[in-house]
Design a protein around this ligand. Structure first.
Ligand code: C2O
Ligand code: CU
Ligand code: CU
Length: 510
């Protein structure tokens, strides 16, 4: 073990020379090189029926708001034979229910923290006031209740929720706190897309875990990884080695990369094509056919897959296609091939849905008037523009009602991505060129291929608060937690940048 540690630091130390060292090595180094690649294709037994997270129940309050009760709790789960695994969950021992609400609806939550330490729930991808955002400034004390409320004000989309306490997000997500948040709207409901929850419209929350000999989640970072934790056991919705019984010809998968660090390049075992119909912020104007789709942590996509009666096919993650190849890629999971979920089609498949010609609306910010341009350079696991997150520092302010262009780049060659709270953005260009198809819809999180420049256009609308910031950060949670994050406020007319309130916001526990 000691020896491995020493090697790790040697390799980090040589930086750009990693390739030469690894490829030229024999013996131990050769062994490490081979061991660093994980390939489970054809080796997973798919013995467990895929769990589908229940839909969160709600009650109507007299004012018309829909109220959801969310209980954050600890528990245990029998993921495999032997001792049960200690976990955290929301309204259950692991993960949380799928929350579903429609554009225009008023939603209200009672979030009770039943844990022994503070945490929060952030609504990733949601357009809402910063005081409701659930970031590090809305931490809920043990036994505390947090009651955010807002009006759903964005197009149909697959969002998610997860904790966001300062410095501890990765740990809290890894223990099991995460869930899907589906936004509906009138337009999407009339499209005839597969939409029967749990039947032909399926949440697919993909996460990796590593179990220790005692069946507990292992927490220390994987050997040689520079992006935090990589697990070797893949679960979907909390089910290891899952299979799903397909009863319809078309199935819509709402893919969520809910892992703390791992990148997935989704595809099928027979290489069949599928249709990408939505990205982070909602439906694309037109479906795009592909046979591979890479998602970094925090990103979502909706895809529609067609099945033939009686067949079996496996959803798999193939080696990374972009931005994570070569020796650094290998040591960070970029060469891994992982079987994720088996789909078993019935002999008779219902065939009542279709992908319409036109669906959502295309991002339209390319021609907008630009109020400000900013640049962000991510480097060193913990810095943006040379600074680490300080919860008391507001990095800058934007004006409500304006469009800005943020130019973002990954300066150091490790894996990073970039997420902005409150908004969905348009990727205008990647290195000056039109972005690839998979980045042409609304996005809130985008993988940053090393050394490329991403120009992101976003409009800040509706909600202002001079004191309470929104976050922007790398969604590799080890990076976020070590400080690769910043904060901005949205100002109304005549407002000046304020100060983060000193009380009732950031608490630290161990
Ligand atoms: Cu998914 Cu700032 O978070
Ligand atoms: Cu977010
Ligand atoms: Cu990063």
């Amino acid at each position: 073990m000691k020896r491995r540690k020493a090697l790790k630091w040697t390799l980090i130390g040589v930086g750009g020379g990693v390739g030469a060292v690894v490829l030229g090595g024999a013996g131990t180094l050769g062994y490490i090189w081979t061991e660093a690649k994980l390939d489970t294709a054809g080796k997973v037994d798919f013995a467990n029926p895929l769990a589908v997270p229940p839909l969160a129940e709600s009650t109507q309050d007299p004012s018309g708001a829909r109220i959801f009760k969310l209980e954050i709790q600890s528990g245990t789960v029998a993921f495999k034979d032997g001792r049960e695994t200690e976990t955290w969950g929301i309204n259950g021992p692991f993960l949380g229910p799928t929350i579903r609400a429609k554009r225009g609806e008023e939603v209200a939550f009672a979030v009770h923290n039943g844990l022994a330490e503070g945490t929060s729930l952030h609504w990733h991808g949601m357009h809402l006031p910063s005081v409701m955002d659930g970031g590090p400034h809305q931490e809920v004390e043990p036994d505390g209740v947090w009651a955010p409320q807002w009006t759903m004000n964005q197009p149909a989309a697959t969002l998610w929720y997860h904790p966001h306490p300062h410095g501890r997000t990765g740990n809290h997500v890894y223990r099991g706190l995460a869930g899907m948040f589906i936004v509906d709207d009138d337009e999407s409901e009339g499209l005839g897309l597969p939409s029967e929850y749990g039947v032909d419209d399926l949440p697919v929350i993909v996460q990796d875990r590593k179990f220790n000999d005692d069946n507990q989640f292992q927490k220390d970072g994987s050997f040689m990884s520079m992006q935090g934790f990589l697990g070797d056991a893949i679960m979907v919705n909390g089910t290891l080695a899952p299979y799903f019984d397909v009863t319809t010809r078309l199935v819509r998968l709402r893919l969520l990369n809910g892992s703390v660090s791992r990148l997935y390049n989704f595809g099928f075992s027979d290489g069949r094509p599928f249709s990408l119909i939505a990205t982070d912020g909602g439906l694309l104007p037109k479906a795009w056919e592909t046979d591979g789709l890479q998602l970094s942590p925090g990103e979502r996509a909706e895809i529609v897959v067609a099945f033939e009666p009686g067949e079996q096919v496996v959803l798999r993650s193939n080696p990374a296609e972009e931005g994570y190849t070569g020796p650094l890629g290998r040591f960070n999971g970029g060469d891994d091939r992982l079987d994720i979920c088996e789909f078993r089609a019935a002999e008779n498949l219902a065939d009542t849905t279709a992908i319409p010609e036109t669906m959502g609306t295309a991002p339209d910010l390319a021609e907008a008037e630009i109020a400000a341009e900013r640049s962000f350079s991510l480097s060193g696991f913990n810095q943006i523009n040379g600074e680490s997150m300080d919860p008391r520092r507001i990095d800058f302010a934007v004006r409500e009602g304006t469009v800005e262009v943020w130019e973002v780049d990954n300066a150091d060659g490790f894996m990073h991505n970039f997420h902005v709270h409150d908004v969905q953005y348009q990727v205008l260009t990647v290195d000056g060129r039109v972005p690839p198809e998979r980045l042409r819809g609304w996005k809130d999180t985008v993988q940053l291929v090393p050394q490329r420049k991403y120009r992101l256009a976003m409009r800040f609308a509706d909600y202002t608060d001079p004191n309470l910031p929104y976050m922007y950060h790398c969604h590799i949670l080890a990076h976020e937690d070590s400080g690769m994050m910043g904060q901005f406020v949205v100002l109304g007319e005549g407002e000046e940048i304020g100060q983060v309130p000193a009380t009732g916001s950031v608490h630290s526990h161990g």
